[in-house]
Write a protein that binds this ligand. Structure first.
Ligand code: GLU
Length: 423
């Protein structure tokens, strides 16, 4: 099919290049052999499909859908599906590679993949979204599979989309196949604790990093950019650790209150306000200003390329914990390092989500379901161990936590490749 790559979004650096520049640096420090480097630098598979959907007004609209499998060296590829007008091939390629590194950092037996559909879900009805999701599941029938490639929620997708996807795939297979996707509703084989898992992992990572920096949670302030699943739950759980959350934001803008924002109240407000914080009672700031507030901890949990060479010098936080994937561009890393700001990178900080996805897949295959307490305990332990492993690598190699996380991940994936002998 003819395919034209859309122009990048304003101010955005190419996310795949951002991923590659970190990969290159870690590969160099690790002394990665040329063969493994060559295998890992390009995605194993990239599928682009056209998805015709009958809209409510009777017209047919054709959407573009993507699935990129970066690597299956460690196991079936794993990674979410996002619905957004910003979806484009280089973004999905970067996100797929990040999933390979993320799964390896936390030591779960998966490779990395990512998918997306270029659409504006806010402008679509539930019926249109269902038909779109089913069309995507059908088009990707040969890509997906519990032992092949396992999707999950990402930006603007959640349990409902996963339920449609699982149902469509199960119909095609002629049998109930819950392990084809994770992040499903609880009644359909979802896992306890999956909805909170990413935010909870962000909190665990933040707590571990604050420990290293000697930040006392009950005296610290925090700003959280993004108020979707990851941002709102991170904010709530970080607040429960004693930090004062002075600012939050979503697509409607930022909300600042130096006395501290009641996050439970903000979540209730968002839920009763059509899913947005618009009109929330606090001083209005922008999504750019929230990043530059004088706080101890900053959690970017919105989207890619929020901290770039244009604003990195203005960041005042001592600690950044990346709830989103790729919120910091590679060119900003250098500036943050010079400023001595500790950054817990995305592939570590937000790995709690895919960790509990793994637990969900295990439970689906066992047909035996764990208590929420067990899920939390195991996920917290996984996050703490991964943080300590990455921290130790950063001490050993004298690098940032980001490059250390890549080193830990690439080392594991390269070893798997060498044992399998894929060359
Ligand atoms: N979309 C989430 C991520 O970026 C979860 C992926 C998964 O659970 O497979 O980590």
């Amino acid at each position: 099919m003819s395919y034209k790559e859309p122009a990048p979004i304003k101010n955005q650096e190419n996310p795949f290049e951002s991923m590659m520049s970190r990969f290159d640096e870690a590969a160099r420090i690790l002394g990665l052999d040329k063969n493994s480097y060559n295998v890992l630098k390009s995605p194993a598979k990239a599928v682009i499909v056209s998805l015709p959907v009958i809209m409510d007004d009777g017209t047919v609209q054709v959407f573009e859908g993507y699935r990129v499998v970066h690597s299956q060296a460690m196991g079936p590829s794993k990674g979410g599906i996002r619905y957004s007008m910003d979806v484009h091939l280089d973004e999905v390629k970067a996100l797929a590679a990040w999933m390979t590194w993320k799964c390896a950092v936390v030591g779960i037996p998966y490779g990395g993949g990512k998918g997306g559909i270029k659409c504006d879900p806010r402008k679509m009805s539930k019926g249109e979204l269902e038909r779109l999701t089913r069309a995507y599941a059908g088009a990707m029938r040969d890509v997906f599979g519990p032992e092949k490639d396992i999707p999950a929620p990402d930006m603007n997708t959640g349990p409902q989309e996963m339920a449609w996807l699982m149902d469509e795939y199960s119909k095609i297979q002629g049998m109930y196949t819950p392990a084809v996707t994770t992040g499903k509703p609880l009644v359909l084989g979802g896992s306890s604790g999956r909805v909170e898992a990413t935010g909870r992992g962000v909190m665990v990572a933040a707590r571990a990093a604050m420990g290293k920096l000697g930040i006392n949670p009950s005296e610290a302030t925090c700003a959280v950019q993004g108020f979707g699943n990851v941002g709102s739950i991170s904010a709530k759980l970080i607040q429960l650790q004693g930090l004062k959350i002075v600012a939050i934001s979503d697509v409607s803008g930022g909300y600042y209150d130096p006395k501290g924002i009641d996050i439970e109240g903000a979540i209730a407000y968002r839920n009763s306000n059509g899913g947005t914080l618009e009109g929330f009672n606090a001083e209005r700031i922008t999504n750019e200003e929230i990043l530059e507030l004088d706080v101890d901890v900053l959690v970017p949990a919105a989207m890619e390329d929020q901290i770039t060479k244009h604003n990195a010098a203005n960041i005042k936080a001592k600690l950044i914990v990346e709830g989103a994937n790729g919120p910091t561009s590679a060119s900003a890393d250098l500036i943050l390092n010079e400023k001595n700001i500790m950054v817990v990178p995305d592939i570590l900080a937000n790995a709690g989500g895919v960790t509990v996805s793994y637990f969900e897949w295990v439970q689906n295959r066992l047909g035996y379901y764990w208590t929420e307490e067990r899920v939390h305990r195991r996920a917290d332990r996984t996050m703490k161990q991964a943080f300590e492993e990455v921290y130790a690598a950063s001490q050993k190699y004298g690098t940032s936590l980001r490059i250390a996380a890549y080193i830990v991940a690439i080392d594991k994936v390269a070893k798997a490749l060498a044992f399998r002998g894929v060359f």
